[in-house]
Design a protein around this ligand. Structure first.
Ligand code: NAD
Length: 264
């Protein structure tokens, strides 16, 4: 194999279908010669993820529910047996009760707060620890976040609070693993139409607003995120860790509505 990722092996967590951000990232990595393994949540997704993995030349497709520590243990034991070592990990996983991704943040329940933090934040911390143990020649870990961590976005609510904690985790993990030449970064992606995004209230409006008001006057694609992920996961990003990198057509630098933006 040739390319930036030739000779590197890594795990993609969070592929649900061909609209997933994980799919954009996996494609960019495979194009550059990476060997990939995939984990999927629950039997229902297996029949979707299997054929997608096959398209990218991977037959290492393993179940993992990140809410269950035993399931994570099994996944990394399998990878240890198959590979021995690994070079990168992509965490493209988030969850919150969609009934609470609309209306007021103040209405978040304790149960959903804890579940959201567990699946969307703690899971990255715990898989990072296990992956890092297999990164004996250094490595790169990547998670996905959103601007709702930094500013109040409509309906993002508890997910925004979780993403803020996830971004803080990235900084702490960068320090923990830096001495072993393992880098930890996040991509803050602009809105993309995926299964997870369809749970967010007024998502269509949010997409339109970003398209009309971002400096590039468009929304980002899975390919945009995939190519930026490639930089962070390959040796091109060798000097970068602890970073939240915005791949959002520049939306995060904007202070008010564009003068040429029509009403929506
Ligand atoms: P998606 O629905 O394709 O992916 C979400 C994935 O999370 C699914 O594969 C799902 O199976 C997995 N998941 C949820 N709970 C899990 C659990 N308990 N165990 C294992 N896996 C679990 O949607 P996506 O938009 O590609 O989401 C990927 C990441 O990107 C998420 O962290 C999301 O918050 C983030 N993100 C998305 C957008 C967007 O607009 N789509 C923008 C910024 C950040």
């Amino acid at each position: 194999k040739n390319g930036l990722m030739a000779g590197k092996r890594g795990l993609i967590m969070g592929l649900a279908n061909d609209k997933s951000i994980a799919w954009g990232i996996a494609n960019a990595l495979a194009r550059e010669g990476a060997d990939l393994a995939f984990s999927y949540q629950g039997e229902a997704l297996k029949k979707r993820v299997g054929p997608l993995a096959e398209q990218l030349g991977s037959d290492l497709v393993l179940p993992c529910d990140v809410g269950d520590e035993d399931s994570i243990e099994l996944l990394f034991n399998r990878l240890q047996d198959e590979w021995g070592k690994m070079d990168f990990l992509v965490h493209a996983i988030g969850f919150s009760d969609k009934d609470q991704l609309r209306g007021r943040y103040a209405e978040t329940t304790r149960d959903n707060f804890l579940k959201t933090m567990d699946i969307s934040v703690f899971s990255f911390t715990t898989v990072a620890k296990r992956a890092a143990a297999m990164m004996t020649d250094g490595g790169s870990l990547l998670t996905l976040t959103y601007y709702g961590a930094e500013r109040v976005m409509p309906h993002y609510n508890v997910m925004g609070v979780a993403k803020a904690a996830l971004e803080a985790s990235v900084r702490y993990l960068a320090e923990d693993f830096g001495k072993d030449a393992i880098r930890v970064n996040a991509i803050s992606a602009g809105p993309i139409r995926t299964l997870a995004a369809s749970g967010i209230g007024d998502f269509r409006y949010i997409m339109k607003w970003n398209e009309l008001n971002s400096p590039l006057r468009r929304n980002v694609t899975q390919e945009d995120v995939g190519n930026s992920a490639l930089y962070l996961l390959s040796d091109l990003g060798a000097g970068v860790t602890g970073e939240t990198h915005h791949v959002d057509a520049g939306y995060h630098v904007v202070g008010m509505k564009a003068v040429d933006a029509p009403d929506i």
